[in-house]
Design a protein around this ligand. Sequence first.
Ligand SMILES: Cc1ncc(COP(=O)(O)O)c(C=O)c1O
Length: 361
Amino acid sequence: MENRVHNFNPGPATLPLPVLKEIKENFLNFSDSGMSIVETSHRSPLFDDVLNDAVNRTKRLLNLDKNYHVLFIQGGASLQFCMIPMNLALPGRPLNFINTGTWSTKAIKEAQIQGKDVRVIASSEDKDFSYLPHDYTVDKQASYLHFTSNNTIRGTQWQQFPNGEDIPLISDMSSDFMSRPIDIKPFGLVYAGAQKNIGPSGIAMVIIREDMLERVPNTLPTMLKYTTYKDNGSLFNTPPTFAIYVIDLVLTWLEETVGGLKKIEQINKQKASLIYDVIDKSDIYHGTTEVNSRSLMNITFRLPDKKTEELFLAEATQNGLHGLKGHKSVGGCRASLYNAISIDSVTALVTFMQEFEKKSI
Ligand SMILES: Cc1ncc(COP(=O)(O)O)c(C=O)c1O
């Protein structure tokens, strides 16, 4: 109808169609103001409503306790890799990390650059990050334990989060944020680049527990302190207003049309199992991760050789199935099944995969 493809991009990724239509329909005259949202002051009541709505929906969707703050911070998830150690490392107390791939590795590097006492307490690098390590001991004195909840490139996802004992957990949830309910209590901070499940790129949502804010050193530059964002309601400077507006629309869709996180989790499980079923029964598709570490968001698989993979990707594109190429660092194929991917798109991919296999044998 709208000439839209089945979009399996890993991020920026597909957004819910009703959200895109709403943006289009109301772009020139947002909320009867005679202006578009991008022409509206970030200090106007109009934008206040948008920002507050996004914050309140986040609190409801994630069932956040009162002692958690929802912040919007420019610079995507990558800026968080450096802001977290800068703000939350306690003097003389090590930082614990679990390394499950590229994004954890980058977070570790940013803490090391700052000269922090970084301890990688577990890693799956020995098997090319194809599994999640469960054998680790958290330092009793650790400032926090950092892990990546879903490894976008490798296709692994923690179904049960690591146990930090009493050490605050910090998680990069960029690629599975708002895809399932979470118990927030063990977390000191959760962050997510928006461009997978909740909106456009260039902005991160940060959820931080009140007690973590006490750690923020006064010596940090203003824009790099979590307290600046908390004290000013994410409005210290001019925030990316359009991105926040889109996030609010996506969260509205998630809450009101889908029916919340339990509902989207069910749908996400159903979508992923349709593709994993094809892989598990196949002679030509091979999953790249251990079965019990598999991600519901990013399904990574290989075909017998590079030539067949290239043919698979080319024919998929011809059939309107886009964004299936694996990350450049690992190759292969990857289907990203974020919240906004419809069952129809998944079914189209299943049919294509089955037909491609029949033809190739
Ligand atoms: C798990 C994870 N963390 C961090 C990032 C980096 O996000 P950004 O580009 O917003 O800095 C990505 C991007 O794909 C990601 O998948």
